[in-house]
Design a protein around this ligand. Structure first.
Ligand code: NAD
Length: 364
């Protein structure tokens, strides 16, 4: 952006961008469709943020930079209001930007925080509310305030504990996490789609119909995130026996890692990393990959190392989430309407760009 861009031209560009981003968001969150790649979307979003930084009067309540997700277009699940809002995360796209963010946090905190560093799981956010250790509701993030109550599907999702066991479970709390499909399960799911497609074509052929002319009924899932979202947001009512069996099979493949809390009553804890130990002890799955570091340089090394091994983890990742470990600082630093100030997502460069660069490098 040129320093001299005048307000009128900035506003015109902002309006066009906002309209475009809204269209992509609605398709993505409500219909599970990506009209552009995540990298392209992030670039547009970043540009919108830059315009708003240069012209703060543009950043009104109706900007996507102030919102989480998109207004809910439910496939029929009842709405459910979270006891505490579910937020998104702000992003950085380089190690330098990360260090700048960390310096700002350190300054605001008045002391050097320890950094809890985690894989950013490419899945779907979920909130699990437990009352007296028993699951009460399972809810998608929605617009952060109200999500879809998908509790009716939970008895087919073995990875979500219905009852927690152990000492000190709060009378009520919300566990926040990511539902995802592990890479091996994603491949198996797409393999199964092929099998079903072939069986269907064979049935058509046996009935004397042209097997090549059959309607495509079992398309491949575009990516693991879509597969997870599509499986979770299905309603079993109005499905045939065969469809229910397939739905159950897919829900059985979902995985879950808890990466935070919403509403929470005692016990009080010093750090988010302590929380993970506690949750895991009660039966909630947490990622084995998180690490706590004392310095920004150590976090940067972790980011680089995970980037090299990006495809070696059991699930897809699209970045690293860095959080201030000390919980008292979460309260002190607070949040914007969209994201906490005590956490950031470092996003790896989109793979399609990397592929193109490599292709140029080797001359193809
Ligand atoms: P996000 O995915 O960038 O990050 C926030 C989410 O990360 C959280 O809500 C949480 O569920 C998840 N997360 C995963 N691992 C986590 C961990 N260890 N700790 C904490 N949270 C973790 O933000 P978003 O608001 O969900 O979605 C925005 C992103 O979605 C965009 O950056 C883009 O990549 C994608 N998007 C794409 C399109 C498109 O058209 N392609 C449209 C809209 C959004």
């Amino acid at each position: 952006m040129s320093e001299t861009q005048d307000f009128d031209s900035a506003r015109a560009e902002w309006e066009e961008l906002r309209e475009q981003i809204e269209r992509y968001r609605t398709a993505y969150y409500s219909e599970g469709v990506s009209l552009v790649s995540d990298g392209q979307y992030d670039e547009l979003f970043h540009r919108l943020e830059a315009l708003e930084r240069a012209h703060p009067e543009l950043a009104g309540q109706d900007s996507p930079t102030q919102e989480v997700g998109a207004a809910l277009v439910s496939v029929g699940f009842p709405p459910h209001e979270h006891a505490e809002r579910m937020l998104s995360l702000d992003n950085v796209f380089s190690l330098k930007e990360f260090a700048e963010w960390a310096a700002k946090v350190r300054e605001a905190a008045g002391r050097a925080p320890r950094w809890l560093s985690e894989l950013k799981i490419d899945g779907l956010a979920i909130s699990l509310a437990y009352r007296d250790g028993v699951l009460e509701t399972a809810t998608t993030r929605g617009d952060g305030r109200v999500g879809e109550d998908i509790t009716e599907n939970v008895d087919w999702i073995p990875v979500i504990p219905r009852r927690l066991v152990g000492e000190g479970i709060p009378p009520f709390f919300e566990a926040r996490g990511e539902v995802f499909i592990a890479t091996a399960d994603f491949e198996a799911m797409n393999g199964r789609q092929h099998e079903l497609q072939a069986a269907y074509a064979a049935e058509q052929a046996a009935a004397g119909k042209d097997p090549d002319a059959v309607a495509v009924r079992f398309p491949e899932f575009a990516n693991a995130r879509n597969a997870a979202a599509g499986s979770l947001r299905q309603r079993r009512a109005e499905k045939s026996e065969a469809q229910r069996a397939l739905m159950r099979e897919r829900l059985g493949r979902l995985s879950l890692y808890i990466h935070g809390i919403g509403a929470w009553q005692h016990p009080e804890l010093p750090n988010q990393s302590d929380l993970y130990g506690l949750l895991s002890g009660w039966g909630l799955p947490v990622s084995p990959h998180s690490r706590v570091f004392d310095t920004v340089e150590a976090v940067q090394a972790f980011i680089e190392d995970c980037g090299v091994h990006r495809h070696d983890f059991e699930h897809e990742i699209d970045g690293i989430v860095v959080k201030v470990d000390e919980l008292a600082l979460h309260d002190e630093l607070g949040a914007t309407s969209r994201a906490p100030r005590w956490a950031i997502a470092y996003k790896y460069p989109p793979e399609e760009v990397v592929t193109r660069l490599l292709a140029i490098e080797v001359g193809i």
